[in-house]
Design a binder for this molecule. Sequence first.
Ligand code: ADP
Ligand code: MG
Length: 251
Amino acid sequence: MNARSLAVRCQNVIKIYHTGDQKVTALNGVNLDIAMGELMMLVGPSGCGKTTLISVIAGILDQDSGYCEVFGEDFLNMSNHHKLNFRARNIGFVFQAFNLLSALSAAENVSIPLIINGMQRSNAERKAITVLEQVGLGARVNALPSELSGGQQQRVAIARAMVHSPRLIVCDEPTSSLDHETGHAVMTLLKGIALHKDRALVIVTHDARIFDFADRIAKMDDGRIVEIKGVGVQASPASTSKSYTPVAAKP
Ligand code: ADP
Ligand code: MG
């Protein structure tokens, strides 16, 4: 893989948490390359560093040392302003706890990334509704998070992560609250995004039912990648998924 075809490159990434006198080495020298067009799954026992790693990759958390590059850019070298802009435009993140804003409806939550990127509110809500329809929530667009089931909230979080057509989507256990059929439908949608040659997805999961959607599966243990399975993405022509229509990216 040459550097230009890489969506993500992590080299010897180290992250240590300090709480009081205690030190926890959450990432202990992670090396991982993710290609453009690739859907990479990340598996491993609880506490092995998965959430920490995807937080570093998404620019939510700074590593202590080592190198992490996303689409050729290194968050540590960005000004705060550039970092916020870069993240808003290029990255969608599905948090394990969903992190929806409780006072906003499903459609309003999903429109946030579009509004941050400068889209007019009414257009943003219209676009948000089409993505909520894609995740099967067309009938609940005006519901508040507290009025939705866990699985429905999870799908709102997924819609919010993909609504602005980010080049990198990072998901922490995106199917944990979904039944088999809904999980499969959501993964089909996410997989469709990875078919765009300039995009990539990183999905943390324990859910063996969705492993088949991965191009490669990286196994973590104790702060390191210990094994990578799968052949990786094959060169394929740029294609557009039928079920996912990206909005025009704002320059
Ligand atoms: P995983 O997602 O694989 O369960 P995490 O990345 O959440 O693992 O955590 C890796 C290690 O870092 C664990 O030992 C966890 O307890 C610790 N850890 C995670 N977040 C923090 C934090 N904010 N402060 C201190 N320790 C943390
Ligand atoms: Mg985690």
